[in-house]
Design a binder for this molecule. Structure first.
Ligand code: ADE
Length: 225
């Protein structure tokens, strides 16, 4: 899979892809993440990528030209399944959306900034808009990193134990059960006996029961779906 991220603040995206699981996924060649600086496609030598909004009002708007130049250059070599604009107005990211996007080959994630992007980009070039929640961030970069992470960890071979993404919270509309590690007794706080029993069926049953209980307590809406 290949994920191209278009942003006017590329340095914001350096760290999330340089550590741990996302770093290893790239090193193993399971995903290629390429960050593109919108200023490289700027309309003038001042590297301008934003301008005042027509009609007035506070806040700058990302211009259509640099964005379209960048998208067209990427499309010269690659055919994209989706061009996704990260926006609080988009459909809300959830596990089924991450699962669905993890089956795609090539994605562009476009990060807005300031007041957003010229509406014509959304109308004519963007194929999908995704929000990571009902709150407004300063830009789409952190949202793009969240979306990319949720997708990349699902790619086959990315997690060492392939079943572990399947047992994530939300994969079956249930919250994950509690987990424990050594010591089995910390100052009298004990790990449930069943987990020390070595009895696989009983452990599976206990985990399922805990997932149901937690989901009912914390996210009852998930049980209705
Ligand atoms: N850009 C700003 N806020 C956002 C959000 N909540 N989700 C996605 N992109 C955003």
């Amino acid at each position: 899979m290949r994920i191209d991220i278009i942003t006017c603040l590329p340095s914001l995206l350096e760290s999330p892809f340089s550590h741990s699981i996302l770093k290893r996924a790239q090193e193993k060649g399971l995903v290629e993440v390429v960050v593109h600086d919108l200023r490289d496609y700027a309309v003038n030598k001042h590297k301008q990528v934003d301008d005042y909004a027509y009609g007035g009002g506070a806040g700058m708007v990302l211009m259509i030209e640099p964005i379209v130049r960048c998208i067209r250059q990427l499309q010269e070599n690659t055919s994209y399944d989706e061009i996704i604009y990260m926006s609080p107005d988009g459909e809300r990211l959830d596990q089924p959306i991450a699962n669905q996007l993890s089956l795609k080959r090539n994605l562009i994630l476009l990060c807005g900034h300031y007041k957003g992007v010229d509406e014509r980009v959304r109308e004519h070039f963007v194929t999908r808009e995704i929000s990571i929640g009902d709150y407004v961030l300063s830009g789409g970069e952190l949202a793009a990193a969240v979306l990319a992470d949720s997708i990349i960890r699902l790619l086959p071979g990315v997690l060492s134990d392939e079943t572990s993404a399947l047992s994530d919270s939300f994969q079956d509309n249930l919250i994950a059960p509690p987990v424990f590690t050594r010591p089995s007794d910390f100052e009298g706080m004990k790990v449930p006996d069943v987990l020390l029993s070595g009895h696989e069926q009983r452990i599976d049953d206990w985990r399922h029961e805990q997932s149901m209980k937690r989901t009912a307590e914390r996210r009852p809406g998930l049980l209705d779906d």
